[in-house]
Design a protein around this ligand. Structure first.
Ligand code: F6R
Length: 270
């Protein structure tokens, strides 16, 4: 696991975007797993800049981690009406790059049959040959995707009830600004499971801000537990990059070691 610590949010975002761009350049038809939330916005802005300078997304396929249950999927049509992750992705990334609509997969929050949909989603990931690089954030309660405390570390794509902490965090970050009452927020989501995430070939996690410093330390240096589902990152067998800003890294016990390893790897081109 490469733990990369950058000065601030901007540097973290640049570093993450460079890692993603590396995959797209090496394999133009690569499959990216994408995340929403406040954390990846800077990374997406960097990718948009890179696209304007020639980074080509025309063959890239994407699978998003999650979507609130009960909200829209019609990319570009319902985007001014809802707080869906489909809308988020359209606004923050997709409408700015040359990705093809048919190559974008986001869980359908309006599905009439969530169970069937979740099975279909898993099959589509398999049909695409699996996810080459999965981008992830870290929730305040230690979730990745929407795998809330207590969900199995082997879980697959499914419907998940959101915790009060997640509802609070996401209300502050998104729903409040859109003048939507907290009681009106969706309380359920479709999410890839931890088992699904662990099947991605490689993982890129990004976290910023001092509010998440304790959770970062638990996730990377604490015991693996279904109470903090992102601790399962320690079980992954592919390339793992965790890019943190200084504030998010501030509670790590071994940060000097991580910085040393990064320096050595750069020095020796590893
Ligand atoms: C979003 C997702 C979530 C977020 C996490 C952090 O698709 O899967 O796990 O990554 O809740 O959210 P932010 O970045 O808003 O702090």
């Amino acid at each position: 696991m490469d733990i990369i610590i950058r000065e601030n949010y901007e540097q973290m975002s640049k570093c993450a975007a460079e890692i993603i761009a590396g995959y797209v350049k090496a394999k133009p038809d690569c499959v990216l797993g994408l995340a929403t939330g406040g954390t990846p916005i800077g990374t997406y802005r960097e990718l948009i800049k890179m696209h304007r300078e020639g980074l080509d997304f025309s063959q890239v396929r994407t699978f998003n981690l999650d979507e609130y249950l009960g909200v829209g999927i019609d990319l570009g049509k319902t985007y001014d009406l809802d707080q869906s992750y489909a809308r988020f992705m359209y606004e923050e990334l997709f409408k700015h790059i040359n990705i093809k609509r048919e190559n974008i997969y986001i869980p359908d929050g309006q599905t009439k049959d969530p169970k069937k949909f979740c099975m279909w989603y898993e099959q589509e990931i398999k049909k695409a040959g699996g996810i080459d690089l999965q981008l992830l954030g870290l929730g305040g309660d230690g979730h990745w995707g929407f795998n809330e405390p207590g969900s199995s570390l082997g879980s697959r794509t499914r419907v998940q009830a959101l915790t009060e902490q997640t509802l609070d965090d996401n209300y502050e970050a998104f729903y409040k600004k859109a003048n939507i009452a907290r009681s009106q927020m969706p309380h359920f989501a479709i999410t890839m499971g931890t088992g699904t995430i662990l099947e991605a070939k490689n993982i890129l996690m990004i976290v910023n801000g001092s509010k998440k410093a304790d959770m970062v330390a638990k996730c990377l240096e604490g015991p693996i537990t279904s109470q903090i589902t992102a601790t399962a990152i320690q079980l992954h067998s592919g390339d793992i990059s965790v890019v943190l800003d200084q504030a998010a890294a501030s509670k790590l016990k071994n940060s000097d070691h991580y910085k040393f390893v990064e320096k050595m790897k750069r020095q020796y081109g590893l």
